[in-house]
Design a protein around this ligand. Sequence first.
Ligand SMILES: NC(=O)c1ccc[n+]([C@@H]2O[C@H](COP(=O)([O-])OP(=O)(O)OC[C@H]3O[C@@H](n4cnc5c(N)ncnc54)[C@H](OP(=O)(O)O)[C@@H]3O)[C@@H](O)[C@H]2O)c1
Length: 222
Amino acid sequence: MGKVYQRGGPSKGRMPHVIVNCAMTADGKIAGRERRQVRISSPEDVERVRRLRAEVDAVLVGVGTVLADDPHLTVKGASYEKSPLRIVLDSNGRTPEGARVLDGTARTMIATTSRCKRDWPNAEAVRLGEKKVDLPRLMKELDVRGVRTLLVEGGGEVIYSFFADDLVDEYRVFVGSKVLGGRKAPTPADGVGFDEPTCRKLHLVGSERLGDGILLSYEVTR
Ligand SMILES: NC(=O)c1ccc[n+]([C@@H]2O[C@H](COP(=O)([O-])OP(=O)(O)OC[C@H]3O[C@@H](n4cnc5c(N)ncnc54)[C@H](OP(=O)(O)O)[C@@H]3O)[C@@H](O)[C@H]2O)c1
């Protein structure tokens, strides 16, 4: 199991400590207008994310990211047992059988809903919620399974949902030196959005130059 963190305890009950991590361009996009993966991280940031994944118990993305990027979500060189649990939020069972998260090199959970009857090879389907995956229930399920640290890697819909359900403890964003533009290009937090009175407040706890970009680290204010 990875490092045990202090925050995320009393305010949320005994739940995983949630770190949201993503990379955005200097104009605030996490992918281009075609919603295809774009290299935004510097090599130094790629190495930082590799180390971060190796520290946590589970890594989570939405099915939108699986369909767009087909990530492995593994840690290079880590054994099956030592790799973090891979989790995909997929209410309607859209994860393709050939997806890299189903390659059997690490444990995988497809978090889906009661209306999805599908099962996948090399993955455990966990049905939580009716229309969308119920995140508070997922947190409880992960807590029971001993997951103490959860890394949420995207995309914009999923990150927004974690903020909307008040489940985020830390937000880390690498700002890369590119401009992508595109009014429909995804951003770190999409969803329906907050109004000013309900927007989530952050406290900047660190900034670090990593190659030709900067890592901003925040704690979520509660
Ligand atoms: N730069 C970066 O750091 C980074 C990282 C990751 C991804 N990306 C980019 O982000 C884009 C994908 O983002 P996205 O916003 O389209 O997709 P996403 O956030 O990866 O996945 C969203 C989907 O997850 C499913 N879902 C299930 N339960 C949910 C819940 N409780 N809350 C929210 N979603 C839930 C929904 O589909 P169902 O209703 O079908 O379940 C939803 O449409 C791609 O362009 C990718 O390249 C960038």
